[in-house]
Each structure stands twice: as C-alpha cells, then as structure tokens.
Design a protein around this ligand. Structure first.
Ligand code: NAD
Length: 423
C-alpha cells in the first residue's frame, strides 16, 4: 500500500514500528483500504523555531513540534517532552499512539504529541521557563482546551504545565486551566494525577494475574525503572501483598528473593539518592533484572529493553509494559510463542491519560473530586478496557497486544467513517 506520509527518516525506529503495528492490525481486522490510508497520516504536523536569550546573553534557537494525529473522536490530548533525541518522526509516532490509547480506554479524545529538541539538564530554571513560554506562544494556534490539550511527558512536569497554561491564559486575557493537565492542584489540577500511570499499571497487573490464575499474595514482581511510574506501581504492589523482588534505576538495581521492603527503599532512595547499597539486598544489573526469577516483569524505564537477544531468557509469565515501546517486535513474537502474557503500553500505561481526562472534565465543570473518587473511576476505566481487550482476544484468537490495537483502531476507524471524508 502506498503511504501518504513522508518516508521514514533514519533514526525514527519508533515511527516505523508504530506504522507496522497499524498495518498489521489493519490486515488482521480487514480494515478498509481508504480508512487505513487516512489513519496512517497525521492530521497536522507543526514545526516551530523557538528563540530564547540564554542567561549568558546569547540567543539560541530550538526546534519544537506539535503533531495532531487524529481528532475524529474529540479534541487531541498529548504529552510534551523535552529531549535532545526527539525528531518529527518520533512525535508523529507518539501522537498516533495517543490516538490508539485514548480510543482504547474510551476517552472522548484524539491523539497528539509535542516535543522541544533540547537537553534540559544544560538549561537553568529561568531558561527553561522562557523556552516553555515561547514554545507555548508558538504552538498557541493549535493548542487549546477544546482543540489540543497538553500533558507532561519525558522531562516535563507540573511546573512546565503551569508555565504553558499561564502563557496561554495571558494571550487569552483570562485563565484557561483546561489547556493543560498534570498541573498542580492549587491551579486547577486533580488529586491522583501524579500517581495515575503507576496506579494504572498496578490495576493492569491485577487483571492480568486473574487471567494467568496467579494469586497476588506472594506474586514475585521485577520492576525496571524506579521513577514516577515504577515506584508508584511498586508501592501499590507491596501494599497488595506482592513480593517486589527487584527494582532498578539507570545506575542498576537491588534484588532480594524474599521481597524488598518498598517503603524503606523509597526513604533510602530519597536520603541516599540511589538504590544500590540497600541493607539486606543484592546488587543486580538492569540486564539481569529483565531475566531474573519472577512471575511478572514491569519495564518502566526506557524503550527497546526486551529484545530478540534476551526475550527467550525472560522468566516472567506476564509482562506489563509501563514504558513506551519497551519490547521489540522480534521479542514480542518470542514472548507470544512462549505463552507470556504481554499487556501493551497503550493499555497498561493509560492511567495518566485517563486521569488527565478527569482533570479536564473537573476543570471545565469547576467542580472537583476527592482522590478516592478519582482512583475509583480510574479503576473502572482500566478494568473495563482490559476486559474488552480480553473479549476481543478471545473472539479473534490474536495476541493480547494485537487485540488492543484492533479494538483501538476500530473505534477510530468507526468515528472516521461516520463523520465521512470532508468535503
Ligand atoms: P521517570 O523519569 O520518573 O523515571 C524513569 C526511571 O527509569 C528512573 O528511575 C531512571 O533512573 C530509570 N531509567 C532510565 N533509563 C533507564 C535504563 N536504560 N535502564 C534502567 N533504568 C532506567 O519516568 P516515568 O514518568 O516514571 O516514566 C517511565 C516510563 O513510562 C517512560 O518510558 C515513560 O515514557 C512511560 N510513561 C510514563 C507516563 C507518565 O504519566 N509518567 C505515562 C505513560 C508512559
């Protein structure tokens, strides 16, 4: 099939994989060729140049992107990342993945994504603020509470969201909190947003364990990445009676077959700034963690971690993907052949998008929910989506990942077909 999208550029593996996932799901579900061509193409790809004056007086010009992939199911929702490795292809892929994620968990949103190509570790807080505000101004023709809502992603947080929201509001002349999500509660954010992705991963594990008939009590879990997502999931799993046997950060990790004391580990990490050296634990490398003796593996760090080189050695019976793109296509086939249940990131990592939607709804209604209400509604949304994917998997006899993609793509394709091709 000919692609209306520009050819894949070198270094944009994620884009190539994302298109192949769409093509493969389209084949399995017998998607109409016209709809397939529409879904392959991002609706809008916007590139901006962002000049800012650095503290030393020089002006540097950064490149930024905002991409809206598909908005047939509602306004776009998508992250903003600050990364020196970002490219337009990566942003198109992330926007497409957001379209599928929002559709899969039935949010009335399309998918978008944004990036500023920069290394934030080399910038001062003042420079980051200028950069964020100027980027917000440049993309203000696209973003908005009813057109494209921005949420945090790699190297952006509630502070960056506050600068974007404030800049957008300054241009509007009044406060527009719903243009971003992931903002602090004091400026219209929601309870439960910070923990939402980790909580969604936890809920996915609970549901997957039911399918694999594994009890939670004593279930051995290894988690790669102990950041926002990994540490929240670890704390919830520990509280639920699981044995978290291994956790790691980019410097390596710790392992204990008896189960780690996660509350103690969180305090140790806060005070010592690292995981290595926790009393009563063994050191473990990130590579060893992926193949350690456990029932569940949660990659919650980087992409490309489970590959053809280590997939055969993975001992877990379930993989709950929290990171974006942690499993390569070859590894996915190997895990599938070995009967490992893989819950894909578009489902397991959807908690953040779901609670972003809750934040948006609360902001527009100017009526706010308790943390318990947020968490209960998150659990309902995640378990309903999980069970719908299970039904699709059983009906079509596909992998869990293929079923998730087919279900998401069908929802977007249906909306596109009902609306028709304008004019
Ligand atoms: P974070 O920056 O808070 O934490 C990342 C953790 O991974 C840190 O402990 C870091 O030391 C570790 N790490 C980084 N590279 C590593 C490597 N190569 N090997 C082992 N450990 C490594 O990030 P986060 O918000 O927890 O996100 C983690 C992953 O989840 C990312 O892939 C992100 O895209 C994905 N994700 C996050 C959200 C969200 O709402 N935060 C939503 C969906 C998906």
């Amino acid at each position: 099939m000919s692609s209306p999208v520009a050819p894949v550029q070198p270094g944009s593996e994620l884009y190539a994989i994302t298109l192949r996932q769409l093509d493969s799901a389209a084949r399995l579900m017998g998607l109409d060729g016209n709809l397939h061509r529409v879904l392959r193409a991002p609706k809008r790809v916007f590139s901006v140049q962002v000049p800012i004056e650095l503290e030393r007086g020089e002006v540097e010009v950064f490149t930024g992107y905002r991409v809206q992939h598909n908005i047939n199911r509602g306004p776009a929702l998508g992250g903003l990342r600050y990364s020196a490795a970002s490219s337009v292809d990566e942003v198109i892929a992330l926007a497409m993945l957001m379209t599928w994620k929002c559709a899969l968990v039935r949010l009335p949103f399309g998918g978008s994504a944004g990036a500023l190509v920069c290394d934030p570790s080399t910038l001062t807080a003042r420079e980051l603020e200028r950069l964020s505000r100027r980027y917000a101004t440049e993309v203000s023709v696209l973003i908005g509470p009813t057109s494209d809502i921005v949420m945090p992603d790699l190297n952006t947080d509630g502070q960056v969201m506050a600068w974007i929201m404030d800049t957008f509001s300054m241009h509007a002349g009044y406060s527009v909190p719903a243009v971003v999500t992931g903002k602090h509660v004091s400026i219209g954010g929601t309870e439960g947003r910070l923990e939402a992705t980790g909580r969604g991963v936890f809920i996915s594990l609970v549901e997957a364990a039911k399918v694999a008939r594994v009890g939670l009590e004593g279930c051995r879990v290894a988690i790669q990445g102990f950041g926002n997502v990994g540490s929240t999931a670890a704390a919830l799993l520990y509280a639920a009676g699981c044995k978290v046997v291994a956790v790691s950060d980019s410097h390596g990790g710790v392992y204990s077959p008896r189960g780690l004391d996660i509350p103690m580990l969180l305090v140790y990490r806060r005070t010592e700034g690292r995981l290595r050296g926790v009393p009563g634990t063994d050191a473990i490398t990130n590579a060893e963690l992926l193949t350690c003796d456990c029932d569940v593996l949660i990659p919650a760090a980087d992409d490309n971690q489970i590959t053809a080189a280590n997939a055969s050695a993975v001992r877990a019976r379930m993989v709950i993907e929290a990171a974006s793109g942690p499993t390569t296509e070859e590894a996915d086939r190997i895990l599938e052949d070995r009967g490992v249940l893989v819950v894909p990131e578009i489902l397991a990592g959807a908690g953040g998008a779901i609670v972003s939607y809750f934040e948006w709804v609360q902001g527009l209604q100017e009526s706010f929910w308790t943390e318990q209400q947020v968490n209960e509604r998150l659990e309902t949304a995640m378990t309903e989506a999980f069970n719908a994917v299970l039904t699709t998997r059983e009906r079509l006899g596909t992998s869990f990942r293929a079923a998730a993609y087919i279900q998401a793509i069908k929802a977007v394709a249906d909306a596109t077909e009902f609306r028709g091709i304008y004019p």
